[in-house]
Design a protein around this ligand. Structure first.
Ligand code: RB5
Length: 155
């Protein structure tokens, strides 16, 4: 597989976990870019989500990772951007399925919810799993259709 280009971002609630994930990505030799935030000073998570989501949507990066306190707000925000399928995963089963079934292009996690050990396992599984295609591709296409119009999906 070609080397994945990854972009990562967080708010103040996800800063410490982001640093841990960065360390791991570096050790594993992933090509990644950190869009911040770069301290525990309070920032608004929708702004970070927007930057990372746009970069993934525009194809500058293959995958994005977003971390806030819960992983919820930053994921809701990222999913407002057309073409983004952000998945909140706090276990490795969901992380794998979000890639195989949903072709998730952004992973979100909450620093206040899980520890760094599990978070690293989740990131590894998520980055290493491919989209399964087939019937799942039809369903992802239906989601893409809904981004254009909710008047009928898949056509
Ligand atoms: C920040 O306090 C917190 O609300 C944020 O990190 C996130 O959990 C929102 O969903």
């Amino acid at each position: 597989m070609e080397r994945l280009k990854v972009v990562i971002g967080c708010d103040h609630g996800g800063f410490k976990l982001k640093q841990e994930i960065n360390k791991m990505l570096e050790e594993k030799g992933y090509e990644f870019k950190d869009f911040g935030t770069f301290s525990e000073e309070s920032v608004d998570y929708p702004a970070v989500a927007l930057e990372v989501a746009r970069a993934v949507r525009d194809g500058l990066y293959d995958r994005g990772i977003l971390i806030c306190g819960t992983g919820i707000g930053i994921g809701i925000a990222a999913n407002k951007i057309q073409g983004i399928r952000a998945a909140l995963c706090h276990d490795t089963f969901s992380a794998k399925a979000s890639r195989e079934h949903n072709n998730a292009n952004i992973l979100t996690m909450g620093e206040r919810v899980i520890g760094p050990g599990l978070a690293k396992d989740i990131v590894n599984v998520w980055l290493e799993t491919d989209f399964a295609g087939g019937r799942h591709a039809r369903r992802v296409d239906m989601i893409k259709g809904m981004e254009i119009s909710d008047e009928g999906i898949g056509n």
